[in-house]
Design a protein around this ligand. Structure first.
Ligand code: SAM
Length: 333
């Protein structure tokens, strides 16, 4: 089978293999192969530019034929229909409406060697702290784990604080925009996936990470230690109030509270140094993806006597039928 791959000098292969594994870009169903002095590492999909800059050393993006890993069981061989699921650390999450959840969980545990627990969500992400309840379907009865992403590690308890691996690419996009001497305010930091990844890029970057959920901030503090990033300041508090302490300091403001970010726009504008960028996440209907949100951002800027310039608008992922999770990036002048 043909696959897009990373071609790298054999001696540089291992560090790149590890990073690809963390980024969930390495295709474990295919066997890594060699070509003279080079190794070809098969990928699950074409990587984004912003992901490629995270790979250490020299390499080339190429295409190659690969053999299937021997003896590797596939979920399709065990289940008639493979439901959507995601893996966070050693926990697999399925939705609660999945038919025959025990059978699905057993198949996942058989195929995914690193999975020790399968949880089913008991409802949607809800409440001010954006948390979710789960029931254990198979394996160890737990909701806490350590998740690896782009070379960072995160302690997480899925019932106590929000976390999704689906924003990994999005986080790498923001990372690519932050320069070494800049200040970033992550207004809704959770356990710290944006903050920590950005702080790890350079000790010259200052990150102020705010969250109102005391459990999330406890994990954030542990994650700062775990990833050795003392340049992240963890603050437990309401972003409305805390923003006042850092007026005009931020070069980047991350607003990842998609249902309610519009309520915090005045605080976000207050944080902005001249020319700062607000990274605004929203859930919007497909017939008004960016317009209304841009109007609200413009109005908040005008209330502070500032103007905005739109840098980028993009769809991050679909959220529900006819509703999308979008990112709007504006420069505040
Ligand atoms: N950025 C994190 C991530 O990507 O995993 C977390 C995002 S989660 C969608 C939103 C976070 O905002 C939650 O952790 C929640 O506790 C926090 N939050 C909600 N209201 C807040 C407020 N008024 N001030 C600060 N944080 C708040």
């Amino acid at each position: 089978m043909k696959r897009i791959c990373i071609k790298v000098f054999r001696k540089n292969g291992e560090p790149i293999r590890r990073v690809l594994l963390d980024m969930e870009l390495l295709d474990n169903s295919a066997r890594i192969c060699s070509e003279g002095d080079f190794l070809c590492l098969p990928l699950t999909r074409e990587p984004e530019e912003s992901e490629l800059i995270n790979l250490p050393g020299e390499f080339e993006l190429s295409e190659h034929g690969f053999e299937q890993q021997k003896g590797q069981l596939k979920l399709e061989e065990l289940l008639d229909r493979v439901p959507h699921f995601e893996v966070i650390g050693d926990i697999a999450l399925i939705e609660d409406d999945v038919p025959e959840p025990e059978k699905v969980a057993e198949a996942i545990m058989k195929v995914k060697n690193n999975v020790r627990t399968v949880l089913a969500a008991l409802g949607p992400v809800e409440g001010e702290f954006r948390t979710r309840r789960f029931r254990t379907i198979a394996g160890e009865d737990k909701a806490s784990t350590i998740h690896r992403e782009y070379g960072c590690r995160y302690y997480i308890d899925l019932e106590k604080a929000y976390f999704t691996p689906r924003l990994a690419t999005e986080r790498s996009r923001i990372l690519a925009q932050v320069r070494e001497d800049q200040t970033v305010v992550d207004m809704f930091a959770g356990v710290g996936p944006f903050s920590i990844m950005i702080a790890k890029k350079s000790t010259g970057i200052r990150v102020i990470a705010i969250d109102k959920n005391p459990d999330a901030v406890e994990f954030l503090r542990r994650n700062i230690e775990l990833n050795s990033v003392p340049n992240v300041e963890a603050i437990e508090g309401d972003a409305h109030l805390e923003a006042g302490r850092f007026s005009g300091l931020a070069d980047h403001v991350i607003m990842n509270l998609p249902h309610n970010a519009h309520e915090f726009l005045d605080a976000a504008v207050r944080l902005c140094a001249p020319g700062a960028i607000i990274h605004y996440y929203g859930i919007t209907p497909e017939d008004d993806l960016f317009g209304s949100s841009l109007e609200l951002i413009g109005q908040a800027a005008a209330r502070a006597g500032r103007t905005i310039e739109v840098s980028d608008t993009r769809i991050v992922r679909s959220y529900a039928p006819h509703q999308l999770n979008v990112c709007i990036e504006v420069k505040v002048l």
